[in-house]
Design a protein around this ligand. Structure first.
Ligand code: FEO
Ligand code: CA
Ligand code: CA
Ligand code: CA
Length: 591
Protein backbone atom coordinates (compact mmCIF):
# COMPACT_ATOMS: atom_id res chain seq x y z
CA UNK A 1 0.00 0.00 0.00
CA UNK A 2 2.87 2.41 0.53
CA UNK A 3 5.44 3.52 -1.95
CA UNK A 4 8.81 4.81 -0.82
CA UNK A 5 9.28 6.91 -3.90
CA UNK A 6 8.32 10.55 -3.64
CA UNK A 7 5.32 9.86 -5.89
CA UNK A 8 5.88 13.05 -7.80
CA UNK A 9 5.86 15.27 -4.72
CA UNK A 10 8.02 18.38 -4.76
CA UNK A 11 8.79 17.58 -1.11
CA UNK A 12 12.01 15.62 -1.16
CA UNK A 13 12.82 15.17 2.52
CA UNK A 14 13.04 11.68 3.93
CA UNK A 15 9.69 11.31 5.71
CA UNK A 16 9.36 10.22 9.32
CA UNK A 17 7.66 6.87 9.85
CA UNK A 18 4.80 6.54 12.30
CA UNK A 19 5.69 5.92 15.91
CA UNK A 20 4.80 7.01 19.40
CA UNK A 21 7.30 7.55 22.19
CA UNK A 22 8.43 10.01 24.85
CA UNK A 23 10.41 12.22 22.52
CA UNK A 24 9.81 14.49 19.56
CA UNK A 25 11.35 13.59 16.21
CA UNK A 26 12.23 15.42 13.04
CA UNK A 27 13.09 14.06 9.61
CA UNK A 28 16.71 13.23 8.79
CA UNK A 29 18.64 16.26 7.63
CA UNK A 30 16.75 18.61 9.95
CA UNK A 31 17.55 19.90 13.43
CA UNK A 32 15.15 20.79 16.25
CA UNK A 33 15.90 23.27 19.01
CA UNK A 34 13.69 24.19 21.95
CA UNK A 35 13.16 27.95 21.80
CA UNK A 36 10.86 28.68 24.72
CA UNK A 37 9.10 26.57 27.35
CA UNK A 38 6.30 26.98 29.84
CA UNK A 39 7.71 29.10 32.71
CA UNK A 40 10.63 30.65 30.81
CA UNK A 41 11.02 34.38 31.54
CA UNK A 42 9.25 36.69 29.08
CA UNK A 43 8.76 40.23 30.34
CA UNK A 44 11.76 42.27 31.52
CA UNK A 45 12.76 41.26 35.04
CA UNK A 46 10.72 38.04 35.04
CA UNK A 47 11.88 35.48 37.59
CA UNK A 48 13.32 32.09 36.62
CA UNK A 49 10.90 29.15 36.62
CA UNK A 50 10.56 27.30 39.93
CA UNK A 51 8.19 24.44 39.25
CA UNK A 52 7.62 23.39 42.86
CA UNK A 53 7.14 26.94 44.09
CA UNK A 54 5.22 28.61 41.26
CA UNK A 55 3.28 31.80 41.95
CA UNK A 56 0.70 33.70 39.93
CA UNK A 57 2.92 36.78 40.06
CA UNK A 58 5.80 34.86 38.46
CA UNK A 59 3.56 33.12 35.93
CA UNK A 60 2.18 36.43 34.71
CA UNK A 61 5.73 37.36 33.63
CA UNK A 62 6.67 33.97 32.18
CA UNK A 63 5.74 31.94 29.11
CA UNK A 64 2.25 30.54 29.60
CA UNK A 65 0.97 26.99 29.36
CA UNK A 66 -0.21 24.98 26.33
CA UNK A 67 1.17 27.04 23.49
CA UNK A 68 -1.13 26.92 20.46
CA UNK A 69 -1.11 29.59 17.71
CA UNK A 70 2.31 30.82 16.60
CA UNK A 71 2.75 33.95 14.47
CA UNK A 72 6.14 35.23 13.32
CA UNK A 73 6.03 39.02 12.89
CA UNK A 74 9.23 40.31 11.25
CA UNK A 75 11.38 43.09 12.68
CA UNK A 76 11.55 45.74 11.52
CA UNK A 77 7.78 45.89 11.01
CA UNK A 78 6.82 45.54 7.37
CA UNK A 79 10.11 43.87 6.40
CA UNK A 80 10.45 40.27 5.25
CA UNK A 81 13.21 39.52 7.74
CA UNK A 82 13.64 35.83 8.46
CA UNK A 83 16.31 36.31 11.15
CA UNK A 84 14.63 38.72 13.53
CA UNK A 85 11.04 39.16 14.65
CA UNK A 86 8.37 38.86 17.27
CA UNK A 87 7.04 35.43 18.09
CA UNK A 88 3.38 35.74 19.05
CA UNK A 89 2.07 32.67 20.82
CA UNK A 90 -1.31 31.70 22.30
CA UNK A 91 -1.72 29.82 25.58
CA UNK A 92 -4.97 27.94 25.25
CA UNK A 93 -5.62 26.13 28.53
CA UNK A 94 -4.05 24.52 31.58
CA UNK A 95 -3.49 20.93 32.76
CA UNK A 96 -3.37 21.19 36.58
CA UNK A 97 -2.54 17.50 36.92
CA UNK A 98 0.74 18.10 35.06
CA UNK A 99 1.44 21.62 36.36
CA UNK A 100 1.18 21.26 40.11
CA UNK A 101 2.84 18.85 42.58
CA UNK A 102 0.36 16.23 43.73
CA UNK A 103 -1.61 16.49 40.47
CA UNK A 104 -4.65 18.17 42.02
CA UNK A 105 -8.03 17.76 40.35
CA UNK A 106 -9.44 20.96 38.93
CA UNK A 107 -12.06 21.22 41.70
CA UNK A 108 -9.39 20.94 44.41
CA UNK A 109 -7.21 23.82 43.27
CA UNK A 110 -6.36 26.55 45.75
CA UNK A 111 -7.04 30.22 45.08
CA UNK A 112 -3.35 30.73 44.27
CA UNK A 113 -3.34 27.77 41.85
CA UNK A 114 -6.41 29.16 40.09
CA UNK A 115 -4.63 32.50 39.85
CA UNK A 116 -1.65 30.70 38.30
CA UNK A 117 -3.99 29.08 35.79
CA UNK A 118 -5.43 32.46 34.81
CA UNK A 119 -1.94 33.89 34.40
CA UNK A 120 -0.87 30.85 32.34
CA UNK A 121 -3.64 31.52 29.80
CA UNK A 122 -3.58 34.16 27.10
CA UNK A 123 -0.76 35.18 24.83
CA UNK A 124 2.98 35.86 24.75
CA UNK A 125 5.04 38.19 22.58
CA UNK A 126 8.80 37.61 22.59
CA UNK A 127 11.47 39.14 20.42
CA UNK A 128 13.59 36.44 18.78
CA UNK A 129 16.62 36.60 16.55
CA UNK A 130 19.46 34.60 15.05
CA UNK A 131 22.82 35.93 13.98
CA UNK A 132 24.31 33.23 11.81
CA UNK A 133 23.57 30.61 14.47
CA UNK A 134 20.65 29.25 16.43
CA UNK A 135 17.56 31.28 17.29
CA UNK A 136 17.32 32.82 20.73
CA UNK A 137 14.82 34.83 22.74
CA UNK A 138 15.94 38.41 23.34
CA UNK A 139 15.81 38.67 27.13
CA UNK A 140 14.24 41.80 28.59
CA UNK A 141 13.21 43.14 25.16
CA UNK A 142 10.75 46.05 25.45
CA UNK A 143 8.51 44.15 23.00
CA UNK A 144 8.22 41.16 25.34
CA UNK A 145 4.74 40.97 26.75
CA UNK A 146 2.25 38.70 28.47
CA UNK A 147 -1.49 38.95 27.94
CA UNK A 148 -3.49 37.00 30.54
CA UNK A 149 -7.04 36.17 31.67
CA UNK A 150 -6.65 38.06 34.91
CA UNK A 151 -4.42 41.00 34.13
CA UNK A 152 -5.01 42.49 30.68
CA UNK A 153 -7.72 45.01 29.95
CA UNK A 154 -9.33 44.64 26.54
CA UNK A 155 -11.94 46.58 24.61
CA UNK A 156 -15.08 45.29 22.98
CA UNK A 157 -15.47 47.04 19.63
CA UNK A 158 -17.80 46.87 16.66
CA UNK A 159 -21.59 46.48 16.41
CA UNK A 160 -22.15 44.63 19.71
CA UNK A 161 -19.88 46.83 21.86
CA UNK A 162 -21.76 48.64 24.58
CA UNK A 163 -24.89 46.51 24.28
CA UNK A 164 -26.79 45.84 27.50
CA UNK A 165 -26.12 42.11 27.17
CA UNK A 166 -22.38 42.85 27.51
CA UNK A 167 -22.66 44.93 30.69
CA UNK A 168 -21.58 43.62 34.10
CA UNK A 169 -21.30 45.02 37.60
CA UNK A 170 -17.62 45.75 36.89
CA UNK A 171 -18.29 47.35 33.50
CA UNK A 172 -21.40 49.47 33.09
CA UNK A 173 -20.22 50.48 29.60
CA UNK A 174 -20.27 46.99 28.05
CA UNK A 175 -16.95 47.80 26.36
CA UNK A 176 -14.20 46.82 28.82
CA UNK A 177 -13.26 43.23 29.59
CA UNK A 178 -10.49 41.88 31.72
CA UNK A 179 -8.71 39.15 29.82
CA UNK A 180 -9.33 36.41 27.36
CA UNK A 181 -10.05 32.68 27.48
CA UNK A 182 -9.00 29.52 25.69
CA UNK A 183 -6.88 31.17 23.03
CA UNK A 184 -6.54 28.52 20.39
CA UNK A 185 -5.36 29.39 16.88
CA UNK A 186 -5.12 32.78 15.22
CA UNK A 187 -3.88 34.73 12.26
CA UNK A 188 -2.17 37.88 11.03
CA UNK A 189 -3.47 40.90 9.19
CA UNK A 190 -1.88 42.80 6.27
CA UNK A 191 -1.32 45.77 8.61
CA UNK A 192 0.83 43.82 11.03
CA UNK A 193 -1.59 42.97 13.82
CA UNK A 194 -2.36 39.55 15.27
CA UNK A 195 -5.77 37.96 15.65
CA UNK A 196 -6.20 35.36 18.36
CA UNK A 197 -9.25 33.26 19.04
CA UNK A 198 -11.39 32.67 22.09
CA UNK A 199 -12.45 29.07 21.59
CA UNK A 200 -13.98 26.95 24.39
CA UNK A 201 -14.98 29.85 26.63
CA UNK A 202 -17.98 27.94 27.95
CA UNK A 203 -15.74 25.63 29.99
CA UNK A 204 -14.69 28.36 32.41
CA UNK A 205 -18.16 29.17 33.76
CA UNK A 206 -20.21 27.55 36.50
CA UNK A 207 -23.80 28.01 37.70
CA UNK A 208 -27.29 27.38 36.35
CA UNK A 209 -28.11 28.88 32.95
CA UNK A 210 -31.86 28.44 33.52
CA UNK A 211 -31.69 31.07 36.26
CA UNK A 212 -30.30 33.69 33.88
CA UNK A 213 -31.96 35.78 31.16
CA UNK A 214 -29.63 34.12 28.68
CA UNK A 215 -30.77 30.49 28.96
CA UNK A 216 -31.43 29.96 25.23
CA UNK A 217 -28.19 31.68 24.26
CA UNK A 218 -26.10 29.80 26.82
CA UNK A 219 -27.60 26.43 25.95
CA UNK A 220 -26.47 26.83 22.33
CA UNK A 221 -22.88 27.44 23.50
CA UNK A 222 -22.78 24.87 26.32
CA UNK A 223 -22.50 27.54 29.04
CA UNK A 224 -21.73 26.70 31.79
CA UNK A 225 -19.23 24.01 30.79
CA UNK A 226 -17.89 23.55 34.32
CA UNK A 227 -14.39 22.47 33.21
CA UNK A 228 -12.84 24.90 35.67
CA UNK A 229 -13.94 26.07 39.11
CA UNK A 230 -12.70 29.62 38.80
CA UNK A 231 -16.15 30.84 39.86
CA UNK A 232 -15.37 29.64 43.39
CA UNK A 233 -12.79 32.40 43.67
CA UNK A 234 -13.90 34.97 41.11
CA UNK A 235 -17.60 35.87 40.83
CA UNK A 236 -17.43 36.71 37.17
CA UNK A 237 -17.06 33.04 36.32
CA UNK A 238 -20.29 32.20 38.17
CA UNK A 239 -23.18 33.00 35.82
CA UNK A 240 -25.63 33.28 38.69
CA UNK A 241 -23.55 36.12 40.11
CA UNK A 242 -22.53 37.78 36.85
CA UNK A 243 -24.91 36.56 34.18
CA UNK A 244 -23.55 38.51 31.22
CA UNK A 245 -19.87 37.67 31.60
CA UNK A 246 -19.98 34.74 29.11
CA UNK A 247 -21.26 37.14 26.42
CA UNK A 248 -17.93 38.95 26.69
CA UNK A 249 -15.98 35.90 25.51
CA UNK A 250 -16.11 33.84 22.32
CA UNK A 251 -14.80 36.67 20.14
CA UNK A 252 -11.77 37.16 17.92
CA UNK A 253 -9.21 39.44 19.57
CA UNK A 254 -6.98 41.76 17.53
CA UNK A 255 -3.87 43.38 18.96
CA UNK A 256 -0.73 45.17 17.84
CA UNK A 257 2.34 43.16 18.85
CA UNK A 258 4.65 46.00 17.79
CA UNK A 259 3.33 48.16 20.63
CA UNK A 260 3.69 46.44 23.99
CA UNK A 261 1.20 48.85 25.55
CA UNK A 262 -1.53 48.35 22.91
CA UNK A 263 -5.00 47.41 24.13
CA UNK A 264 -6.31 44.16 22.61
CA UNK A 265 -9.70 44.58 20.94
CA UNK A 266 -12.45 42.00 20.78
CA UNK A 267 -13.86 42.49 17.28
CA UNK A 268 -17.55 41.72 17.66
CA UNK A 269 -18.21 42.08 13.91
CA UNK A 270 -16.48 38.70 13.44
CA UNK A 271 -19.17 36.94 15.47
CA UNK A 272 -19.28 35.10 18.76
CA UNK A 273 -18.71 31.36 18.78
CA UNK A 274 -15.94 28.86 19.58
CA UNK A 275 -13.48 30.46 17.21
CA UNK A 276 -10.63 28.14 16.33
CA UNK A 277 -8.74 30.97 14.67
CA UNK A 278 -9.10 33.54 11.91
CA UNK A 279 -7.02 34.18 8.83
CA UNK A 280 -7.08 37.23 6.64
CA UNK A 281 -6.61 37.82 2.93
CA UNK A 282 -6.48 41.11 1.09
CA UNK A 283 -9.05 40.88 -1.68
CA UNK A 284 -8.21 42.20 -5.13
CA UNK A 285 -10.60 45.15 -4.58
CA UNK A 286 -8.80 46.18 -1.38
CA UNK A 287 -11.38 44.82 1.01
CA UNK A 288 -10.20 42.50 3.75
CA UNK A 289 -11.68 39.01 4.01
CA UNK A 290 -11.41 36.93 7.18
CA UNK A 291 -12.12 33.19 7.36
CA UNK A 292 -12.95 31.64 10.72
CA UNK A 293 -14.22 28.26 11.90
CA UNK A 294 -16.43 27.33 14.86
CA UNK A 295 -14.81 24.23 16.31
CA UNK A 296 -17.56 22.05 17.59
CA UNK A 297 -19.25 19.02 16.11
CA UNK A 298 -21.99 20.14 13.71
CA UNK A 299 -20.98 23.79 13.77
CA UNK A 300 -20.19 26.13 10.93
CA UNK A 301 -17.60 28.01 8.91
CA UNK A 302 -17.80 31.80 8.59
CA UNK A 303 -16.39 34.56 6.44
CA UNK A 304 -16.19 38.31 7.12
CA UNK A 305 -15.81 40.93 4.38
CA UNK A 306 -14.78 44.41 5.51
CA UNK A 307 -16.78 47.44 4.42
CA UNK A 308 -13.69 49.60 4.06
CA UNK A 309 -10.55 48.97 2.05
CA UNK A 310 -6.93 48.48 3.07
CA UNK A 311 -4.66 51.51 2.80
CA UNK A 312 -1.07 50.36 2.21
CA UNK A 313 0.29 53.84 2.95
CA UNK A 314 -1.41 54.49 6.27
CA UNK A 315 -1.24 51.79 8.95
CA UNK A 316 -3.40 53.72 11.39
CA UNK A 317 -6.22 53.90 8.83
CA UNK A 318 -6.44 50.08 8.81
CA UNK A 319 -6.49 49.50 12.54
CA UNK A 320 -10.29 49.35 12.86
CA UNK A 321 -11.14 47.77 9.48
CA UNK A 322 -12.49 44.70 11.27
CA UNK A 323 -15.22 46.69 13.03
CA UNK A 324 -17.45 47.18 10.02
CA UNK A 325 -18.46 44.65 7.38
CA UNK A 326 -20.54 41.60 6.63
CA UNK A 327 -20.29 38.26 8.39
CA UNK A 328 -21.56 35.25 6.43
CA UNK A 329 -21.94 31.55 7.13
CA UNK A 330 -21.29 28.71 4.70
CA UNK A 331 -23.77 26.31 3.10
CA UNK A 332 -22.15 23.46 1.16
CA UNK A 333 -24.43 22.13 -1.56
CA UNK A 334 -24.15 18.66 -3.07
CA UNK A 335 -23.55 20.12 -6.54
CA UNK A 336 -20.24 21.59 -5.38
CA UNK A 337 -21.56 25.09 -4.73
CA UNK A 338 -20.69 26.96 -1.56
CA UNK A 339 -23.11 29.76 -0.66
CA UNK A 340 -22.05 32.42 1.84
CA UNK A 341 -25.21 33.59 3.60
CA UNK A 342 -25.01 37.02 5.26
CA UNK A 343 -25.91 37.35 8.93
CA UNK A 344 -27.61 40.73 8.77
CA UNK A 345 -30.20 41.93 11.25
CA UNK A 346 -33.63 42.44 9.65
CA UNK A 347 -32.91 40.13 6.74
CA UNK A 348 -34.69 36.78 6.42
CA UNK A 349 -35.37 35.22 9.82
CA UNK A 350 -32.97 37.51 11.73
CA UNK A 351 -35.73 39.71 13.11
CA UNK A 352 -37.34 40.63 16.42
CA UNK A 353 -39.80 37.80 15.91
CA UNK A 354 -36.92 35.40 16.48
CA UNK A 355 -35.37 37.42 19.29
CA UNK A 356 -32.92 39.46 17.24
CA UNK A 357 -33.57 43.13 17.98
CA UNK A 358 -30.35 44.47 16.53
CA UNK A 359 -27.13 43.44 14.80
CA UNK A 360 -25.65 43.16 18.29
CA UNK A 361 -28.12 40.35 19.06
CA UNK A 362 -27.23 38.61 15.80
CA UNK A 363 -23.53 38.73 16.70
CA UNK A 364 -23.92 37.75 20.37
CA UNK A 365 -25.95 34.72 19.25
CA UNK A 366 -24.13 34.07 15.98
CA UNK A 367 -24.74 30.33 16.15
CA UNK A 368 -28.50 30.61 16.56
CA UNK A 369 -28.65 33.13 13.70
CA UNK A 370 -26.68 30.74 11.50
CA UNK A 371 -28.97 27.85 12.50
CA UNK A 372 -31.95 29.83 11.19
CA UNK A 373 -30.23 30.47 7.86
CA UNK A 374 -29.68 26.76 7.25
CA UNK A 375 -25.87 26.67 7.36
CA UNK A 376 -24.20 23.28 6.83
CA UNK A 377 -23.23 21.54 10.10
CA UNK A 378 -19.58 20.51 9.67
CA UNK A 379 -17.24 17.96 11.25
CA UNK A 380 -15.59 20.52 13.57
CA UNK A 381 -14.09 23.36 11.55
CA UNK A 382 -10.64 24.11 12.93
CA UNK A 383 -8.14 26.27 11.00
CA UNK A 384 -9.40 27.85 7.78
CA UNK A 385 -6.71 29.54 5.71
CA UNK A 386 -6.32 30.87 2.16
CA UNK A 387 -3.37 29.58 0.14
CA UNK A 388 -1.30 32.71 -0.60
CA UNK A 389 -0.28 31.36 -4.02
CA UNK A 390 -3.47 29.81 -5.39
CA UNK A 391 -6.18 31.69 -3.49
CA UNK A 392 -7.92 28.41 -2.64
CA UNK A 393 -9.07 28.34 0.99
CA UNK A 394 -8.37 25.21 3.04
CA UNK A 395 -10.53 24.12 5.95
CA UNK A 396 -9.41 21.53 8.49
CA UNK A 397 -12.32 19.39 9.73
CA UNK A 398 -10.77 17.55 12.61
CA UNK A 399 -13.31 14.76 13.28
CA UNK A 400 -16.88 14.08 14.34
CA UNK A 401 -17.60 10.65 15.72
CA UNK A 402 -21.15 11.74 16.58
CA UNK A 403 -22.23 12.07 12.95
CA UNK A 404 -24.71 9.31 12.18
CA UNK A 405 -25.31 7.53 8.86
CA UNK A 406 -28.41 9.57 8.13
CA UNK A 407 -26.54 12.81 8.85
CA UNK A 408 -23.87 12.52 6.18
CA UNK A 409 -23.79 14.95 3.28
CA UNK A 410 -21.49 15.70 0.37
CA UNK A 411 -19.18 17.93 2.43
CA UNK A 412 -19.21 15.66 5.49
CA UNK A 413 -19.39 12.28 3.77
CA UNK A 414 -18.37 9.93 6.56
CA UNK A 415 -20.49 8.80 9.49
CA UNK A 416 -18.54 8.35 12.75
CA UNK A 417 -15.77 10.46 11.24
CA UNK A 418 -12.86 9.56 13.52
CA UNK A 419 -10.06 10.96 11.35
CA UNK A 420 -11.41 14.17 9.83
CA UNK A 421 -10.91 15.66 6.39
CA UNK A 422 -9.75 18.71 4.50
CA UNK A 423 -12.00 20.79 2.25
CA UNK A 424 -11.00 23.26 -0.44
CA UNK A 425 -13.19 26.35 -0.81
CA UNK A 426 -12.59 27.90 -4.20
CA UNK A 427 -13.37 31.58 -4.84
CA UNK A 428 -14.44 32.61 -8.34
CA UNK A 429 -11.54 33.86 -10.44
CA UNK A 430 -9.14 31.23 -9.17
CA UNK A 431 -7.20 30.16 -12.26
CA UNK A 432 -6.96 26.51 -13.23
CA UNK A 433 -3.18 26.93 -13.39
CA UNK A 434 -3.17 27.75 -9.68
CA UNK A 435 -2.82 31.53 -9.93
CA UNK A 436 -4.90 33.15 -7.21
CA UNK A 437 -4.27 36.78 -8.13
CA UNK A 438 -7.79 37.25 -9.46
CA UNK A 439 -9.59 35.19 -6.83
CA UNK A 440 -12.61 37.06 -5.48
CA UNK A 441 -12.78 36.23 -1.78
CA UNK A 442 -15.64 38.69 -1.29
CA UNK A 443 -17.97 36.76 -3.63
CA UNK A 444 -21.06 35.17 -2.13
CA UNK A 445 -20.81 31.99 -4.23
CA UNK A 446 -17.75 29.73 -4.25
CA UNK A 447 -17.27 26.13 -5.26
CA UNK A 448 -15.82 23.46 -2.98
CA UNK A 449 -14.00 20.15 -3.19
CA UNK A 450 -12.56 17.55 -0.85
CA UNK A 451 -8.75 17.64 -0.67
CA UNK A 452 -8.30 14.53 1.44
CA UNK A 453 -10.14 12.23 3.80
CA UNK A 454 -7.76 11.41 6.65
CA UNK A 455 -7.09 8.02 8.22
CA UNK A 456 -5.14 4.91 7.32
CA UNK A 457 -5.73 3.92 3.68
CA UNK A 458 -4.95 0.30 4.58
CA UNK A 459 -8.00 0.26 6.85
CA UNK A 460 -10.96 -0.08 4.48
CA UNK A 461 -13.40 0.91 7.21
CA UNK A 462 -11.68 4.28 7.66
CA UNK A 463 -12.65 5.30 4.11
CA UNK A 464 -9.53 7.44 3.69
CA UNK A 465 -8.72 9.22 0.44
CA UNK A 466 -5.43 10.80 -0.60
CA UNK A 467 -3.94 11.84 -3.92
CA UNK A 468 -2.41 8.42 -4.51
CA UNK A 469 -0.08 5.98 -2.78
CA UNK A 470 1.55 7.42 0.31
CA UNK A 471 5.05 7.00 1.65
CA UNK A 472 5.50 5.12 4.92
CA UNK A 473 4.15 7.27 7.75
CA UNK A 474 2.26 9.35 5.20
CA UNK A 475 -1.25 9.00 6.53
CA UNK A 476 -2.52 11.37 9.18
CA UNK A 477 -5.49 11.67 11.53
CA UNK A 478 -7.39 14.68 12.90
CA UNK A 479 -6.09 17.66 10.91
CA UNK A 480 -6.26 20.76 13.12
CA UNK A 481 -3.99 23.66 12.13
CA UNK A 482 -2.28 24.52 8.88
CA UNK A 483 0.22 26.80 7.27
CA UNK A 484 1.48 27.36 3.76
CA UNK A 485 5.10 27.78 2.81
CA UNK A 486 5.95 30.51 0.32
CA UNK A 487 5.58 28.03 -2.56
CA UNK A 488 1.96 27.42 -1.55
CA UNK A 489 2.54 23.90 -0.23
CA UNK A 490 0.30 22.93 2.66
CA UNK A 491 1.58 21.87 6.10
CA UNK A 492 -1.01 20.24 8.34
CA UNK A 493 -0.60 19.69 12.08
CA UNK A 494 -2.76 17.18 13.88
CA UNK A 495 -4.61 16.67 17.16
CA UNK A 496 -5.74 13.10 17.70
CA UNK A 497 -3.11 10.75 16.27
CA UNK A 498 -2.62 8.92 19.58
CA UNK A 499 -6.17 7.55 19.29
CA UNK A 500 -4.85 5.68 16.26
CA UNK A 501 -1.56 4.76 17.91
CA UNK A 502 0.49 7.36 16.05
CA UNK A 503 2.11 10.52 17.34
CA UNK A 504 0.67 13.84 16.28
CA UNK A 505 2.89 15.97 14.11
CA UNK A 506 3.13 17.97 10.92
CA UNK A 507 2.70 16.66 7.40
CA UNK A 508 3.49 18.56 4.21
CA UNK A 509 1.96 18.16 0.76
CA UNK A 510 1.70 19.76 -2.62
CA UNK A 511 -1.75 21.11 -3.45
CA UNK A 512 -1.54 20.52 -7.20
CA UNK A 513 0.31 18.39 -9.71
CA UNK A 514 1.35 14.77 -9.21
CA UNK A 515 2.11 15.39 -5.53
CA UNK A 516 -1.37 16.71 -4.70
CA UNK A 517 -2.68 15.36 -1.37
CA UNK A 518 0.33 13.10 -0.88
CA UNK A 519 1.17 13.88 2.73
CA UNK A 520 4.53 13.11 4.33
CA UNK A 521 5.58 13.71 7.90
CA UNK A 522 8.33 16.12 8.91
CA UNK A 523 7.90 16.27 12.69
CA UNK A 524 6.46 14.02 15.38
CA UNK A 525 5.32 15.02 18.87
CA UNK A 526 6.25 13.39 22.16
CA UNK A 527 3.67 11.20 23.92
CA UNK A 528 0.43 12.89 24.92
CA UNK A 529 1.01 16.02 22.83
CA UNK A 530 -0.80 17.57 19.90
CA UNK A 531 0.95 19.86 17.46
CA UNK A 532 -0.26 23.42 16.96
CA UNK A 533 0.54 26.60 15.14
CA UNK A 534 2.52 25.68 12.05
CA UNK A 535 4.42 28.81 11.05
CA UNK A 536 7.34 29.57 8.75
CA UNK A 537 9.67 32.51 8.45
CA UNK A 538 9.09 34.38 5.16
CA UNK A 539 12.03 32.58 3.51
CA UNK A 540 10.82 29.12 4.67
CA UNK A 541 14.15 28.36 6.38
CA UNK A 542 12.62 28.08 9.85
CA UNK A 543 9.52 26.17 10.89
CA UNK A 544 8.05 26.77 14.37
CA UNK A 545 6.51 23.71 16.05
CA UNK A 546 4.22 24.40 19.02
CA UNK A 547 3.99 21.24 21.10
CA UNK A 548 0.88 21.42 23.25
CA UNK A 549 0.04 19.31 26.32
CA UNK A 550 3.03 16.92 26.20
CA UNK A 551 2.50 14.03 28.61
CA UNK A 552 -1.27 14.45 28.65
CA UNK A 553 -2.33 10.86 28.87
CA UNK A 554 -4.57 8.98 31.24
CA UNK A 555 -2.62 8.19 34.43
CA UNK A 556 0.19 10.60 33.62
CA UNK A 557 0.88 12.83 36.63
CA UNK A 558 3.20 15.61 37.77
CA UNK A 559 5.32 13.11 39.69
CA UNK A 560 5.18 10.27 37.14
CA UNK A 561 4.48 11.73 33.72
CA UNK A 562 4.66 9.58 30.59
CA UNK A 563 7.32 11.98 29.33
CA UNK A 564 9.45 14.76 30.77
CA UNK A 565 9.85 16.38 27.34
CA UNK A 566 11.70 18.58 26.52
CA UNK A 567 14.01 18.78 29.57
CA UNK A 568 14.04 15.10 30.55
CA UNK A 569 15.14 16.20 34.00
CA UNK A 570 14.05 14.31 37.11
CA UNK A 571 11.40 16.29 39.01
CA UNK A 572 10.57 18.48 36.03
CA UNK A 573 7.20 17.69 34.45
CA UNK A 574 6.70 17.89 30.68
CA UNK A 575 6.57 21.50 29.49
CA UNK A 576 4.60 22.78 26.53
CA UNK A 577 7.23 24.41 24.33
CA UNK A 578 7.86 25.93 20.93
CA UNK A 579 10.64 24.30 18.95
CA UNK A 580 12.37 25.72 15.90
CA UNK A 581 13.09 23.35 13.05
CA UNK A 582 15.77 24.17 10.52
CA UNK A 583 17.32 22.23 7.68
CA UNK A 584 20.89 21.20 8.49
CA UNK A 585 22.15 22.93 5.36
CA UNK A 586 20.17 26.07 6.18
CA UNK A 587 17.92 25.76 3.13
CA UNK A 588 14.15 25.99 2.90
CA UNK A 589 12.07 23.45 4.82
CA UNK A 590 10.80 20.59 2.67
CA UNK A 591 13.20 21.46 -0.18
FE1 FEO B 1 -8.38 24.47 20.46
FE2 FEO B 1 -10.19 23.55 18.13
O1 FEO B 1 -8.69 23.34 19.04
CA1 CA C 1 -6.88 23.54 17.48
CA1 CA D 1 -2.34 28.59 10.36
CA1 CA E 1 -8.22 20.22 18.06
Amino acid sequence: RTAHAAGGSTLTFSPLPHGYDENSHVADGYAAQTLIRWGDPVVPGAPAFDVTNQTAEAQAQQFGYNNDYVGFMPLPMGSDSSDHGLLCVNHEYTNPDLMFPGSPASEDLTAEQVAIEMAAHGHTVVEIKREGGPWSVVADSPYNRRITTSGTEMMLTGPAAGHDRLKTSADSTGTKVIGTLNNCAGGKTPWGTVLFAEENFHGYFMGDAEQTDEARNYKRYGVPGGWYVWGKYDDRFDINKEQNEPNRFGWMVEFDPYDASSTPKKRTALGRFKHEGATTVLNKDGRVVVYTGDDQRFDYVYKFVSAGTFNPDDRAANMDLLDEGTLSVGRFDADGTLEWMPLVHGEGPLTAENGFNSQADVLIETRRAADLLGATPMDRPEDVEPNPVTGVVYMMLTNNTKRKDDQTDAANPRAVNAHGHVIEMIPPGTAADGDGANADHAATTFTWDIFLLAGDPADAEAGAMYGGDLVEGGWLSCPDNLAFDSKGRIWISTDGGPKSGIADGVWGSDVSGPGRALTRRLYACPAGAELCGPEFTPDDTTYFAAVQHPGDEKGSTFETPVTRWPDFQEGMPPRPSVQVIVKADGGPIGA
